[in-house]
Design a protein around this ligand. Structure first.
Ligand code: SAM
Length: 295
């Protein structure tokens, strides 16, 4: 976008219109959803002003310049959440940054599915594997304060961010450990977990190059693919290892894209899980495959 000095006090809606147009015509920005450019522009301006803009308010020149610089970086492909270092998930602001996967709105559905299955349990225990910055774990910990929640991720950056998020939100019932799948969990938890959730990387290694540039170029590769030929390596390990941690009537919930759900359900059935089915979110899109621990 052109840096037009000498126009102090441009109206917020004018700045947003300019930014929206800039993002719409950028080749580096993917356009999966109509309206996303406007939302990104509004998020960047809210970040600069530290509050949502009012359409007709005049934005001081310094803030307008800062906003335009951020829009330019967004137009070059950087995800808005990495520019603002924050993302909203189920009403919570979470810290995020390069080196950590940006939570998607679709994962709110898995958090709801976990809460539904935990809320009536006497001593609810939840493990979120591949937790990233902890959105699902934190949403459960907030919804059920008496639940014991543990999130695990193999990478250091997301684990540090998840711990920071738990502190900021005052969620002392959620803790975060670094390591491979279930390996860092205390052995005492074996057989005592009501719900395991996982949103694992599942893109086949040969398909990473086909992902939208703003994902492929910016988000950590280990959050996208397990480098197996079909992308199902971690899913298979999760289905094989989760039963040892679950209570007899405990659930495994796995979030995958709709086109992989059938394959994941087959893997879970083969591992002995019962009542395996795909659940659909409010837009009737298959998001989460669920199953009960093998007998
Ligand atoms: C698709 S991201 C999901 C993150 C988070 N659950 C969310 O929805 O925002 C997958 C995460 O799995 C983590 N991961 C990859 N391999 C892992 C492993 N072997 N054990 C634990 N976590 C792993 C990555 O670091 C990444 O944070």
């Amino acid at each position: 976008m052109r840096e037009t000095r000498g126009d102090p006090g441009k109206r917020a809606d004018e700045l947003l219109d300019e930014a929206e147009e800039r993002l719409r015509t950028s080749e580096a920005v993917e356009h999966p959803h109509r309206g996303k450019e406007r939302m990104d522009a509004e998020e960047l301006l809210s970040f600069v002003l530290d509050r949502p803009p009012r359409a007709r308010e005049r934005v001081p020149a310094a803030e307008a310049r800062r906003f335009r610089r951020l829009v330019e970086r967004r137009a070059a492909g950087a995800p808005a959440a990495y520019l603002t270092r924050r993302v909203r998930f189920k009403g919570m602001w979470l810290a995020v940054g390069p080196g950590a996967f940006i939570p998607r709105e679709s994962s709110e559905f898995m958090a709801d599915q976990a809460v539904r299955r935990l809320v009536r349990r006497p001593d609810p225990a939840h493990v979120d594997v591949a937790t990233g910055i902890g959105p699902v774990a934190l949403a459960v910990a907030r919804a059920i304060p008496r639940a014991r929640v543990v999130g695990v991720d193999v990478s250091r950056t997301p684990v540090l961010l998840a711990r920071r998020n738990a502190r900021t939100l005052g969620l002392a019932n959620a803790r975060f450990l670094q390591g491979d799948l279930f390996a860092p969990l205390p052995p005492a938890l074996q057989g005592g977990v009501d719900v395991v959730t996982a949103h694992p990387p599942y893109v086949p290694r040969g398909e990473v190059k086909d992902l939208p540039g703003e994902i492929r170029r910016f988000e950590p590769v280990e959050s996208l693919t397990d480098r197996s030929p079909r992308g199902m390596g971690l899913v298979e390990r999760l289905a094989g290892e989760a039963p040892a941690w679950l209570r007899p009537d405990g659930w495994l919930l796995m979030e995958v894209s709709p086109d992989r759900a059938r394959e994941v359900a087959t893997i879970m059935r083969r591992a002995g899980f019962r009542e395996v089915r795909s659940t659909k979110d409010r837009w009737a899109i298959t998001r989460v495959v669920v199953g009960r621990r093998p007998a």
